[in-house]
Design a protein around this ligand. Structure first.
Ligand SMILES: *Cc1c(COP(=O)(O)O)cnc(C)c1O
Length: 387
């Protein structure tokens, strides 16, 4: 069956009530017929639900759909995107291992790699992710993990994932890609050679700014190690959140097409505006990696950045002048959101590192929602005109 059919038809087994939509399994544990069945299920001689830290029908349905979308052998859900990123690393890495990561990463991912995994003797080298040779040069004997985002948050830098996968060929290195901005609708890193795909499901997967969640999909051997870590440390996804997000996946393709169409139209309407230094969007010809974007991604995605002339003061004035657009740190919502990364999501990283990945004081990230594009264009143009 095609992907969109499966997104709708993959469903937890119906109960004796013959419900059409999947019910919520708000239960912490499951019952056994008798002590002997409990023993057999714990011993994995029989399959069956045990306890919702390990498995739950709503969570399992959500993971099955995500694996389907990402063409992955196996997967695991987490309470947040950050729990998924940390869980993936904690599951497969050990003391003495080395990580190579793109410097254009989500702020908290940089914090993990510089201040948390380092406590357990895991070292990390950051490279300019666009530069494939830099990854190859950074590889050491103990390098075990490559980590990147493409497109990156918020700089919208792309990494040629197929070329990056070639760098680790024949080596004992796991390539993990944070696919949050692209979603499986725009690109499937596993098809390009990645071993693990990680999502903050809080963003486009939920799609309406309601619940937090995360997921890791990929090669079974690695997912098993991550599952061991997660089962015993407990960063599980709640069944309610899984239920919400599994319903959301039914519309992921429709939503991503519309987010992308709106973002493209807005980027075109604002490009070359006299109040802006730059408009960045992967499917604008002016994007430095336009060719790669067209090759690697099906659509341009829902995120663009604007660099306002006049820096932070103008950002504040602009955020006040916008009428429809929300000012918030989230993205991937139906509602268009403006974020100022330098003072929020990326405020904890050094000025030098911000400059290196293009996070200027005047840069705003726009997560274009699903409102009518004419209303959005008018809101942005009016706000810019008022500056
Ligand atoms: C938001 C985000 C995360 C973190 O996800 P949470 O669900 O907020 O924990 C990780 N990576 C990227 C690219 C993000 O945008």
């Amino acid at each position: 069956m095609k992907r969109q059919t499966q997104a709708i038809r993959i469903q937890a087994e119906r109960s004796q009530n013959r419900e059409h939509a999947v019910p919520l399994y708000l239960t912490s544990s499951f019952t056994f017929e008798d002590a002997e069945q409990g023993r057999a299920i714990f011993a994995e001689e029989q399959s069956g639900n045990i306890y919702s830290r390990y498995m739950n029908p709503n969570v399992d349905e959500f993971v099955e759909k995500m694996c389907m979308f990402e063409n992955a052998e196996d997967g695991l859900a987490f309470s947040t995107g950050m729990a998924a990123i940390f869980g993936a690393m904690a599951g497969v890495l050990k003391s003495g291992d080395h990580v190579v990561a793109s410097s254009a990463l989500f702020g908290s991912a940089i914090q993990i790699l510089t201040k948390i995994t380092s406590k357990w003797g895991i070292t990390c080298t950051f490279v300019d992710g666009k530069d494939i040779q830099a990854w190859a040069n950074a590889v050491q004997e103990n390098t075990r993990f490559f980590f990147c985002e493409s497109p990156s948050n918020p700089g919208l830098e792309l990494i040629d994932l197929e070329a990056l996968a070639k760098v680790k060929e024949g080596k004992n290195i796991i390539l993990a890609v944070d696919n949050c901005f692209a979603t499986p609708i725009l690109q499937n890193p596993i098809d390009l050679g990645a071993d693990l795909v990680i999502h903050s499901a809080t963003k486009y997967i939920d799609g309406q700014g309601r619940v937090l969640g995360g997921v890791v999909c990929g090669k079974k051997e690695y997912i098993q190690e991550i599952r061991f870590f997660a089962r015993h440390t407990g960063p599980s996804l709640s069944p309610f959140n899984a239920w919400v997000m599994s319903k959301s996946l039914e519309l992921l393709e429709l939503r991503m097409e519309k987010h992308s169409a709106n973002a493209m139209a807005l980027a075109e309407a604002l490009e070359n505006h006299p109040k802006l230094n730059a408009v960045k969007y992967p499917f604008l010809k002016s994007h430095p990696q336009y060719e790669l974007a067209k090759k690697q991604m099906k659509f341009g995605g829902g995120i663009l950045t604007l660099d306002l002339k006049g820096g932070y003061d103008k950002v504040v004035a602009f955020s006040k002048a916008l009428n429809i657009v929300s000012v918030s740190p989230n993205l991937g919502d139906t509602r268009t959101i403006l974020t100022h990364p330098a003072s929020t999501t990326h405020s904890k990283i050094s000025a030098e590192d911000k400059t290196a990945v293009g996070i200027t004081e005047g840069l705003v990230r726009i997560a274009v929602g699903l409102e009518d594009i004419e209303d959005l264009k008018a809101d942005f143009l009016n706000a810019l005109a008022s500056l």
